[in-house]
Design a protein around this ligand. Structure first.
Ligand code: GRF
Length: 210
């Protein structure tokens, strides 16, 4: 947090935006001491942009450029410029389907968080709920972590468990994980905004509760 200015969040998403909604609503309700300053998407038609506009939050589509899984140099610059001009303190990835690289990571080192639909380090990558079903695990969940150069690999802020039921399909399990995400992510973002967590090497240390 900078002086008396409210803590400012920039959200990046490519899809539905249900985690953005949970976070924006928690900010509006005073449960997170922060404001969502801007929402950016690499997908023109992403619902996350509509959810932001419905809440009078600045929302912009930025073309991602020529690559499929990352931003190209121009796009990376445009995303960074938008976040800087919105004076963002923390970048929150909410279903952003591109890997962030070099300059972006350096610009917001230890100031980018992501939510992943498994108990990391199990099942990184895509469709983690299907991976969990395929492996026959009885418990899975979701993880909020700081973002570093690895894939779904940065220091873990928090995790929430979700049972896997015998009758689960990929859809029912994913839906149950998302309910947990909507609790965990606002809680973790609030802790970051309050300065209650610090990165120490590979780990996140939670300072004593006030
Ligand atoms: C979530 O399941 C999250 O774990 C993953 O992408 C999904 C985004 O969902 N990173 P939504 O767009 O927030 O609804």
């Amino acid at each position: 947090m900078t002086g008396q200015q409210p803590f400012r969040i920039g959200v990046l998403g490519s899809g539905k935006g249900s985690n953005f909604v949970a976070i924006a609503d928690a900010c509006a309700a005073g449960k997170i001491p922060a404001a969502v300053a801007i929402v950016l998407s690499d997908v023109d038609s992403a619902c996350i942009l509509e959810h932001a506009r419905a809440r009078q939050i600045e929302a912009r589509y930025i073309p991602p450029g020529r690559f499929r899984t990352k931003l190209d140099e121009d796009a990376e610059r445009a995303f960074l410029e938008a976040l800087r001009s919105a004076q963002v303190d923390l970048v929150v990835l909410a279903g952003f389907m591109r890997v962030l690289k070099g300059e972006f990571l350096r610009a917001f080192e230890n100031h980018i968080v992501n939510i992943h639909p498994s108990l990391l380090p199990s099942f990184p990558g895509l469709e983690s709920w299907k991976q969990a079903l395929d492996h026959g695990v009885k418990v899975t969940g979701c993880t909020v972590h700081f973002v570093d150069a690895g894939i779904d690999a940065g220091p873990i802020v928090g995790q929430q468990t979700v049972p896997v039921l015998d009758a689960d399909t990929p859809e029912t399990l994913h839906a149950r994980i998302q309910v947990a995400e909507h609790e965990l992510y606002p809680r973790c973002v609030a802790a970051v905004a309050r300065g209650e967590v610090a990165v120490s090497g590979r780990r996140v240390v939670w300072k004593a509760e006030r």
